[in-house]
Each structure stands twice: as C-alpha cells, then as structure tokens.
Write a protein that binds this ligand. Sequence first.
Ligand code: CMP
Length: 143
Amino acid sequence: MAVERTLTILKPDCVRKNLAGEVTKRIQEAGFKILAMKLTRLTKETAGGFYAVHKERPFYGELVEFMSSGACVPMILEKENAIEDFRTLIGATNPSEAAEGTIRADFADSVGENIVHGSDSVENGKIEGAYFFSEAEVIANNS
Ligand code: CMP
C-alpha cells in the first residue's frame, strides 16, 4: 500500500471541549505520523477559501462561521493508505451515522460541529496541506 498524506483539522468544537489531546492521541495510536501541526484561528476569508468547493451549498455560511469561531489545529498526517484509514478512524461526516468507536461517534454533536476534518483524496490532501503549511513547516523525517 502506498504511503499517503492527509490534512486534518481539529475543529473549534474539538479545541473548545478540551479534546485536542485525546483526539491527537487516538490519531497517533492509529499509526499516523504528524509531519506538521499548529494552533491557529481562521479568519472568515481563510475558512471560506478552504471550503470554497462548498460555496453553493446551503450550509456554507454556517460552516464558515463555525470554522472561524475559535482556535483550531490543522495537521498534516502520513501513513500507508492514510486517506481511507483516516476517514475510517473519524467515522461518517454525520456523527449519528458514524460507526461505534470512531472519533465523531464518540465526540461530535452534529454534522456541522463534527470535531475533525479529513481530506477526501490524495490530491486534495496535497492541496489542503499546502493551504495551511509551507514546505519548510513540513517535517518529513521527524523520528
Ligand atoms: P468536513 O469533512 O470538514 O467537510 C465539509 C464540512 O461541511 C463537513 O465536514 C461538515 O462539517 C459540513 N457539513 C456537511 N453537511 C452539512 C450540513 N448539512 N450542515 C452543516 N454542515 C455540514
């Protein structure tokens, strides 16, 4: 299986609920290597740009409000089969449909406030990673 990278964001609900440590621990215990990580607060412009693909969706305004409502923690993660394995670890977008034991099933309140983001393809993982981190901030050999 190919080694892949995915971009995750521990969303403002995750940080507000003091779950950033617990979620990071689960991510690391599942075998993901953290190549880049920071605490930041998105502006509406930055959040809107990140989710530009959803601009026409009815929930776009709510999504941008929420993602800029407090601190969040973007990370670039690396692992074999990272895209699919990360989506399995976090569970379905809507926590009421997320499998038992997944991060969203355990911690998320709603489809909008769902604790974490995960890239949906290798290509989007690269684009999303570059949205938050410069090349110099990505530590490829960190062990
Ligand atoms: P994420 O994986 O970060 O990518 C797009 C986000 O839009 C998604 O997680 C959800 O948090 C959010 N989203 C999707 N559908 C809805 C919805 N019906 N209402 C509010 N937010 C939504």
